[in-house]
Design a protein around this ligand. Structure first.
Ligand code: GLU
Length: 510
């Protein structure tokens, strides 16, 4: 019988959420929605050393911006609250002790200095120190010390940890929904710390397993960096006797550098000029990092791009709405190998979403930029200008450069264009064209075009010369859309005003 789908995104608040983490959250969300399941947000903040203030708020805001909805967890509540591990601290000791009682774990009293010394000695022998079956019965542990001494040490307040007693030379057989069957020999694994008396907190491994169990998680979908922990997690389920309720696991491939080798890092982004975080981030010490939101990406485009980094739909389709992603996503089509991040592809996605936006949507996004430039126009006008030029834009911020001439007369005339067109007969022809334009009542694009073209042909003027001279007058440069888009947009009075202005102020070249 299949269990109700309950998945969790379980970030640690140790800094800004990397886009790889956003992708993990997204795949969990798509999986939950597709199966009518529940998406949980659990904050794994038991490592007080690595805790960064502001990181949790950043995670919540990032998920919200991306449209990844949380059904249960931090910020949403739910039947298994609290969902912040630091607020669940009383829960874990009981489980750690249960493992000690059952012989699956033991107390260890080694101090940090003693462990350092052991590491150094091993290094001198050219080995790496491992806390495992070979040493646990020789060190200050409850496996080596007499029971009354263990008791005495605990009672007098010595610091201790509880370590997992990793079995020796056993094969752990695991199944991963992406990687398939995996086997590991336990002799290659060490005795991980599960609980520390120093801060009365569990480590990641214990808290993660206990909470997944208590929160009835059915599928664990997480980054590949956790695959090496999987044998321990399997054994913890066995040690607790929870195999029946063990979740299924899926380990997602890494996001790789644009050049291929290695994990995508902030350094790569800084070097090549792209963000690796969803939102702008300021650390408590004042360091900052760029974000997709502040760089002008649409959340839909960002999500679409991320979804395809590591998952392929098996078709040529590239543009997916969130609903389409929910409908088509499958863990079977997540690749085993790392997905190379392509900054240009991110831009391409943004441009696609830009081109599909309606004038009304564009207006809402463009108006604040217009206002910054001191332009007050109706939404309809802002949207129409953006709509004419959107095919050439990647970001909303591109729109001002692309459309400013719709809203303001040229403040100056580009030198190159002036030299090319503001010479010879052209100023005189523009004066004639002015009179033609002044006589047109219906200033619509089509009508103006028809009349002006007819006139140019009748006069035998060069089409390019006339249109470029007019462009210089109206736009001030050699850029912009079709000339009749400009005339229709700014209207007859403004068209004539701009022509009069260039005739009165600009000295012909030569
Ligand atoms: N807290 C872990 C992290 O930050 C979660 C790993 C897991 O999902 O089990 O990635």
């Amino acid at each position: 019988m299949s269990r109700p789908v309950r998945v969790r995104f379980a970030p640690s608040p140790t800094g800004p959420l990397h886009i790889g983490g956003v992708r993990t959250a997204l795949y969990n969300y798509l999986f939950a929605r597709q199966h009518g399941g529940v998406m949980i947000l659990r904050i794994e903040d038991t490592d007080s050393q690595r805790f960064v203030p502001g990181a949790e708020e950043y995670i919540l805001e990032s998920l919200k911006w991306c449209g990844i909805e949380i059904d249960e967890g931090v910020g949403a509540g739910g039947p298994h609250a609290p969902y912040r591990q630091s607020e669940r601290r009383e829960i874990y000791l009981k489980y750690a002790l249960q493992l000690v009682d059952a012989g699956w774990a033991y107390y260890a009293f080694d101090t940090a200095e003693e462990l350092d010394a052991l590491r150094r000695e091993a290094e001198e022998r050219g080995e790496a120190f491992a806390y495992n079956y070979a040493v646990r019965e020789k060190l200050a542990t409850s496996l080596a010390l007499p029971a009354d001494e263990v008791k005495a040490r605990i009672e007098r307040g010595d610091q201790w940890v509880i370590r997992f007693r990793m079995p020796e030379n056993q094969t752990v057989e695991m199944d991963d929904l992406i990687r398939g069957h995996v086997e590991v020999n336990t002799s290659t694994l060490d005795d991980k710390v599960l609980y520390k008396s120093a801060d009365a907190l569990p480590t990641y491994h214990l808290a993660n397993i206990v909470d997944d169990y208590l929160m009835e998680v059915s599928h664990v979908i997480r980054g590949e960096e956790w695959l090496p922990s999987l044998p321990l997690h399997y054994l913890l389920y066995r040690a607790f006797g929870w195999q029946e309720r063990q979740p299924r696991f899926a380990h997602l491939p890494l996001l790789l550098k644009p050049t291929g080798g290695g994990k995508l890092s902030k350094r790569d982004g800084d070097k090549m000029g792209f963000p690796v975080f969803p939102l702008f981030w300021t650390s408590p010490t004042g360091e900052t990092a760029r974000g997709y939101r502040e760089d002008g990406y649409f959340p839909e485009a960002f999500i679409n791009m991320l979804a395809l980094l590591g998952w392929n739909p098996g078709t040529e389709q590239e543009i997916f709405s969130m609903q389409e992603l929910i409908d088509s996503f499958s863990l079977e089509r997540v690749s085993k190998s790392g997905a190379r991040f392509q900054p240009d592809k991110a831009k391409w996605f943004n441009a696609q979403y830009m081109h599909h936006k309606s004038d009304a949507e564009l207006a809402a996004l463009f108006q604040p930029i217009l206002r910054d430039h001191g332009i007050e126009v109706a939404d309809e006008v802002a949207g129409r200008a953006a709509g004419i030029m959107k095919e050439r834009a990647t970001f909303i911020t591109d729109l001002w450069d692309l459309t400013s001439f719709f809203f303001t007369a040229p403040a100056e005339y580009e030198e190159k264009q002036t030299r090319k067109y503001w010479k010879g007969q052209n100023p005189e022809i523009l004066r004639e064209l002015r009179d033609v334009l002044a006589s047109i009542d219906d200033f619509s694009k089509e009508n103006t075009e028809q009349i002006v073209h007819g006139w140019i042909e009748e006069k035998g003027y060069g089409m390019g010369q006339v249109m470029n001279t007019l462009r210089l007058a109206l736009v001030g440069a050699g850029k912009g859309p079709g000339m009749y888009d400009v005339t229709a947009f700014i209207g007859r009075e403004e068209t004539l005003r701009r022509i009069d202005h260039i005739l009165a102020t600009l000295k012909p070249a030569e």
